[in-house]
Design a protein around this ligand. Structure first.
Ligand code: DLL
Length: 432
């Protein structure tokens, strides 16, 4: 038994004791080493000794992306800069860039949790892991790389992009596991078939996909097309990168590495902590990080926590797949809509591909929703009448599931731009 299997299957009381101790230490540590946190706690009259166990978590102030921006670049670093061995940064598409910093110990912990995520899906030393997440400031590539290496697997550090070369490596080097975004996996499949290769030319058996929301129907599609098992992996740069949580072979929820990242679900409006099985925003406190520990970090990701008797034997609490982000949620004529809900409806139709874009506009003070989705080659070569009929059927399905009307436009195969990393699903043209 590997060392990491043990921590994943201890009793709830044992896990709770570890978490209480690590939380208590973390709060003391940030109070003593990060003036920003000391000030935040002083303002509300909170002392480290007031936090004795996880039951006291709610007393602590939240941390948000704005806090990271206000303290950019190193204001939340808890150690001397000479102890920082690596930084990563988010792309800053939704505002000023944020930077995260790691000590050697943080890199080791991250590698461990990523190794655990690979082990969870059955990866071992005999596997060859094709890492097609981007290497660099994005955490996906290096995170997966260090984890797979720690496990003792063979790593192909190909990074994202240059899809034809990716296909050459898939067919020549015969990797057995692939790590990339789910949308990029589908793109690689297209390039592979265009290049004349078939499933007989590759040896993939599993993929570890994340970094963007994807639906259960998208999983089915990837598994159907590639004859592999598709597993979900979740994480965010602020907390560490990939490896905060991931699925096991049961494919029923993501086990959270809760010995390192303490999760809570909060109600978005009241900010009160919610119990198991209740949907809200997931908030994490890092209880093992040294370089840049974060207290009650608001992720904006929507999910719920639950426990079951998982067939894999792990006792780690689970989170449901992330269905969307509070800032990705479209409010269309007052109705809350997540892109993943639209994706789910679209993929009920076998004539469609998982390549779609959601365009929102405001015309004469009214929100207008247009969904562009690529049809498959068979439908494309069919009569116009059939295409129009299908558009009407999809419109009806969207209306009955989401209670909003939408204009559905079927577009030619391969006409929607592909991304090498996270797919761009929403174009919001509304000027409010
Ligand atoms: O996306 C880290 C990562 C890399 C995770 C590779 C998994 C695999 P960021 O760029 O900081 O970090 O983006 C984090 O991406 O808050 C979620 O909104 C979204 N996200 C990440 N994984 C998933 C997932 C990486 N499995 C943000 N399902 C998070 C849904 C995900 N959304």
């Amino acid at each position: 038994m590997k060392i990491w299997d043990k921590i994943e299957s201890i009793s709830l009381d044992e896990m709770r004791a570890i978490q209480d101790k690590r939380l208590n230490q973390t709060v003391k540590y940030v109070y003593d080493n990060v003036s920003y946190y000391k000030r935040k706690m002083d303002v509300i009259g909170l002392l480290p000794d007031d936090i004795k166990s996880c039951d006291d978590l709610y007393k602590l102030p939240f941390t948000t992306k704005d806090d990271l921006r206000d303290t950019y670049p190193y204001g939340l670093v808890a150690v001397d800069m000479e102890k920082i061995v690596r930084v990563h940064a988010s792309s800053g598409t939704t505002g000023k860039r944020i930077v995260v910093a790691y000590t050697q110990e943080d890199i080791d912990t991250w590698s461990d949790v990523m190794a655990r995520c690979f082990a969870r899906i059955g990866t071992d030393t005999k596997d060859i892991v094709h890492v097609a997440y981007g290497y660099g400031l994005f955490t996906g590539g290096l995170g997966a790389h260090y984890g797979a290496e720690k496990l003792g697997a063979t790593v192909i550090p190909i990074s994202g992009g240059n899809s034809r070369r990716q296909v050459e490596f898939l067919t020549d080097l015969k990797p057995t596991v692939i790590a990339c975004t789910p949308s990029y996996m589908l793109h690689l499949y297209e390039v592979m078939t265009e290049s004349g290769f078939t499933l007989d030319d590759i040896s993939l058996k599993a993929g570890i996909f994340g970094a963007e929301p994807w639906s259960e129907n998208m999983r089915k599609e990837i598994e159907r097309l590639l004859h592999i098992k598709a597993y979900d992996i979740y994480g965010l740069s602020e907390i560490t990168g990939p490896g905060v949580a991931s699925e096991c072979t049961a494919q029923n929820g993501l086990h959270i590495n809760e010995d390192c990242y303490l999760p809570e679900i909060i109600d978005i409006k009241t900010q009160k902590t919610l119990g198991l099985d209740m949907q809200g925003e997931i908030v994490f406190t890092t209880i093992k990080k040294k370089g840049m520990p974060l207290i009650r970090y608001r992720t904006k990701d929507i999910t719920k926590l639950f426990r079951d008797h998982c067939e894999c034997g792990r006792t780690l609490v689970k989170m449901e797949r992330v269905t969307g982000r509070t800032d990705d949620m479209l409010i269309i004529r007052g109705v809350n809509v997540f892109p993943s809900q639209i994706e789910s409806v679209l993929l009920e139709f076998s004539q469609l591909t998982p390549n779609y874009q959601i365009i929102v506009d405001r015309i004469n003070m009214m929100d207008v929703l247009e969904i562009r989705v690529e049809m498959n080659e068979n439908l494309f070569s069919d009569e116009v009448r059939k295409i129009e009929l299908l558009e009407r059927n999809i419109t009806t399905a969207i209306e009955s599931v989401l209670a909003i009307s939408a204009k559905v436009k079927l577009v030619e195969p391969k006409s929607i731009e592909r991304s090498e990393g996270k797919a761009i699903r929403i174009i919001d043209r509304r000027k409010i």
